[in-house]
Design a binder for this molecule. Structure first.
Ligand SMILES: O=c1ccn([C@@H]2O[C@H](COP(=O)(O)O)[C@@H](O)[C@H]2O)c(=O)[nH]1
Length: 226
């Protein structure tokens, strides 16, 4: 059976709630994404507890520091054997190379290019010239050169990024079902179906599932559109 491309982003510091959501959506997702909020509250012990549910774990820590520090952090996380681990492409070529070298063989190391909460104006405000497309393309090529497994980008850039890296692994957040609540803090969004059509390898979906009255039903409804 093929795994669902949906990774549910369980962003909560409440481990009881995190386990409850995971148990409810278990059959409709391909994995669980744990990020800064969960990790800051529960650390590696919490990740192990969530892993015992039996779904692949995507550890979204978006590591970004000098190469030595990031490599040591990746080494320290290696025992968790995450399926996917994120670092920031803006950390540069050497940082990405060292992170990949420090990761366990079974872990896909992927680089965040341009956060889906940013638009062109935001990029200009932090001194990045060009639109998100140009910056995603530039950082995708750098991540490929560093020997990573793929990148994180929005569905708006994934087609172009895939052209540059046909065998890359493309993680796409900023997913919003056609019907439902607003985009929140996300600025570059697309529906799950459209994102897959554009070339996403996996879809990261948080609030549309976790904040639904019935997360199981929300995940099931999204799955039905794929
Ligand atoms: O560019 C990025 C990189 C990571 N994320 C993470 O994905 C989820 C999205 O959650 P939603 O509730 O579906 O908006 C969240 O955990 C982010 O940390 C991202 O959104 N954009």
């Amino acid at each position: 059976m093929t795994r669902s491309p949906i990774y549910v982003a369980i962003d909560t510091p409440d481990i009881t709630r995190a386990k409850e959501i995971a148990a409810r959506v278990h059959h409709h997702v391909g994995g669980i994404k744990l990020g800064l909020e969960f990790f800051s509250a529960h650390g590696q012990a919490g990740v192990r507890e969530m892993a015992s549910i039996g779904l692949p774990i995507f550890l979204d820590l978006k590591l970004h520091d000098i190469p030595n520090t990031v490599a040591k952090a990746v080494q320290a996380l290696a025992g968790l054997q995450p399926a996917i681990l994120t670092i920031h492409a803006a950390g540069g070529l050497a940082m990405m190379e060292d992170a990949k070298a420090a990761a366990p063989a079974g872990t896909k190391v992927v680089a965040v290019t341009v956060l889906t909460s940013l638009d062109g104006e935001d990029l200009t405000s932090i001194g990045v010239e060009g639109d998100p497309h140009a910056q995603v393309s530039r950082l995708t090529l750098l991540a490929k050169q560093a020997g990573l497994d793929g990148v994180v980008c929005s569905a708006h850039e994934v087609k172009a990024a895939k052209k540059l890296w046909p065998h890359g692994f493309f993680v796409v957040p900023g997913i919003r079902p056609a019907t439902g609540n607003g985009t929140g803090d996300q600025k570059r969004v697309m529906t799950p179906r459209q994102a897959l059509d554009q070339g996403a390898s996996i879809l990261v979906i948080g609030r549309p599932i976790t904040q639904a009255e019935d997360p199981d039903q929300a995940a099931r409804a999204i799955e039905a559109t794929l």
